[in-house]
Design a protein around this ligand. Sequence first.
Ligand code: IMP
Ligand code: MG
Length: 183
Amino acid sequence: MHASDVADDLVEVLFTEEQIQARVAEMATEIERDYEGKDLVIVGVLRGAVMIMADLARSLTKHVEMDWMAVSSYGSGTKSSGVVRILKDLDADITGRHVLIVDEIIDTGLTLSWLTSNLGSRGPASVEIATLLRKPEALQMPIEARYVGWDIPNEFVVGYGLDYRERYRNMRDIGTLAPSVYS
Ligand code: IMP
Ligand code: MG
């Protein structure tokens, strides 16, 4: 769906489908340059990262292994719980390999900070983070993302994998959710 299909639920459209596609392609170009000649595994964090994983991976012109992890971070609301639990682990053995965690958003940073150290303890050659969005004002953990699409204000956003109670993930654009939807 498009933002226009749920216009009443949005305060504004932050990024259109075209802007997102262009930015993800730029990120892919950077990643390809940085990992030239290296064995790269990209790890998507389910379920929000499905869209960016699909677009990023297809923008690469080299082979890349795609693997997935599922961790619990949020309940069904809009506030981070800080509790991280592995619901689905990697299938790949990442020992000695270059790992790039791909996520759609860094909010408090709790999830990715935990995930980075968890994957880091498995003996990879490197662990870096690529995220489409980051909310600098919400950060609770010092966390370094090597690739960031955009920094955004501390507001709840939906679309392009980002959900509110499992809705809006299939919206092509990214928009700010109207408070009337969740209050
Ligand atoms: P964290 O607070 O950085 O640990 O964020 C963990 C997860 O919360 C993200 O991967 C998203 O799935 C979800 N999340 C954080 N902010 C938003 C938002 O604005 N909209 C939808 N999901 C969000
Ligand atoms: Mg989520």
